[in-house]
Design a protein around this ligand. Structure first.
Ligand SMILES: Cc1cc2nc3c(=O)[nH]c(=O)nc-3n(C[C@H](O)[C@H](O)[C@H](O)COP(=O)(O)OP(=O)(O)OC[C@H]3O[C@@H](n4cnc5c(N)ncnc54)[C@H](O)[C@@H]3O)c2cc1C
Length: 405
């Protein structure tokens, strides 16, 4: 609130530039925000165009590990920073400054999809083998649910892990797997009882490569997939042919994999929601600069009411998405399991990001369609947010069913 004196009397004027930290964040969260954003802007952003051609380099993840950015919410005894859940939100928001949705996604898979289940469910030996080097960024992980024949219908997966003495023998294929082309290890969702649906699913954490970087026998990357966006991220189709793993490669409990992965998806969706509102904010900021400079009919285009109102709509929705995600994260961080609200936040934020991307392209006119202005890439990258981590339709179904329908 700003108090301004006019004609001798004091009046209260809005202070649009005032920026208070949100009440869920402490000064420590803000300190991390400052240092991580500075790192992203200095060491990731300059490479955003190059990495669209080459993928983000594994060295960059190692660097993130050295700086402590991969295990922010994980215990110090495994090399993490021991922070609360809000650190994940800060991490996701800071990554939005990289200018590369693909890099953000590759890192989020490691820090928010792969490492948390190993921490929650893993035996000590699994934590030493995967969590510790994963937090350091020395080993890259991936998580594989989706198959050519089953995506939304998780219980319909066919990859089988059949017990044979002290081992399981894995056969099947996975597709659309982020980090899958280069991953050292995988959390694999497989059927240990192929006749059952939900109750037949078990998680495994297994090596994909040996210490020399060679693929383990029976495992292959059957395709390196080309995509609409997220070009700096590798996406693999993976094949398993009689891959033998020891029985202690099971992560969590045999037959409980569906419930384990449902838990994992909540953290993934909340972080996806944060990534979406942050992406929307970055797009709005860049487009605002443009609208203040670009002139048509003798005035900056932002001065046309039609354009001004587009900003008003976009900013309102992005703010609503952010506040909803923060409020839901507060419940999650305080021990609740607010699946309905997490689902709503993921649905709403990813839709807002896509709407904002579309409007920003429109505001830039022909330049919005050009690669040079980069909104073109953001437009392609954020489109995934309505599909990955559960499609809009699945989110709507989860929400609808939560009301007993
Ligand atoms: C770039 C990229 C990266 C990815 N990374 C990973 C990863 O790292 N690991 C991983 O496991 N997966 C990953 N995925 C897969 C992603 O999670 C799936 O694509 C997504 O869950 C949808 O599955 P599907 O593509 O098989 O679509 P389908 O399930 O075949 O759905 C097709 C359409 O039908 C609709 N539909 C399906 N069921 C219903 C229903 N019950 N009611 C109404 N509509 C329905 C869907 O909403 C969708 O519109 C990735 C995908 C992409 C594109």
């Amino acid at each position: 609130m700003a108090t301004v004196t006019t004609n001798g009397s004091k009046v209260i004027k809005p202070d649009h530039e005032a920026s208070r930290k949100h009440f869920i964040f402490t000064q420590e969260h803000e300190d991390l925000r400052e240092s991580m954003q500075a790192w992203v802007e200095k060491e990731l952003w300059p490479h955003r165009n190059e990495w669209e051609e080459t993928y983000w380099p594994t060295e960059a993840m190692k660097r993130a590990g050295e700086l402590g950015f991969l295990g922010l919410c994980l215990p110090e005894e495994y090399g993490g920073q021991g922070g609360d859940y809000y650190y994940s939100l800060v991490r996701s928001e800071c990554m939005s400054y990289s200018g590369s949705g693909g890099t953000n996604m590759g890192f989020a898979v490691q820090s928010d999809m792969v490492l948390p289940p190993i921490h929650l469910l893993g035996a000590e030996e699994q934590k030493q083998r995967y969590l510790v080097p994963g937090i350091k960024g020395e080993k890259v992980g991936c998580l594989a649910i989706t198959e050519p024949g089953a995506g939304s219908d998780v219980a319909g997966i066919r990859t089988a892990a059949i017990r044979d003495g002290d081992e399981y023998v894995i056969n099947g294929s996975k597709t659309f797997i982020t980090n899958g082309v280069r991953a050292d290890f995988i959390i694999l969702v497989a059927k240990t009882d192929p006749q059952a649906r939900h109750e037949g699913i078990t998680l495994f954490v297994i090596d994909l490569r040996d210490e020399n970087g060679e693929k383990v026998p029976g495992f292959s990357v059957s395709a390196e997939l080309e995509k609409m966006g997220m070009h700096s991220s590798d996406t693999g189709e993976l094949a398993f042919e009689d891959v033998r793993v020891p029985a202690d490669a099971v992560l969590g409990e045999v037959g409980k994999g569906f419930y384990h992965i449902s838990w994992e998806l909540q953290g993934e969706r909340l972080v996806a929601a944060a990534g979406s509102h942050a992406a929307a904010e970055r797009m709005i900021e860049k487009t605002l600069e443009y609208a203040k400079e670009r002139e048509a009919f003798g005035r900056p285009i932002g001065k046309f009411q039609a354009i001004r109102h587009k900003f008003a709509e976009m900013a309102t929705k992005a703010e609503a998405a952010k506040q909803f995600t923060y409020a839901t994260a507060w419940r999650f961080a305080n021990g609740e399991y607010p699946v309905r609200e997490i689902t709503m936040a993921k649905l709403f934020s990813s839709r807002v990001a896509c709407e904002v991307a579309d409007e920003c392209v429109q505001i830039l006119g022909g330049y919005g369609y050009m690669k040079e202005y980069e909104i073109e890439r953001a437009y392609r990258d954020v489109r995934l947010n309505r599909i990955g981590a559960g499609t809009d339709e699945i989110m709507l179904d989860v929400i609808g069913r939560s009301y007993g329908l």
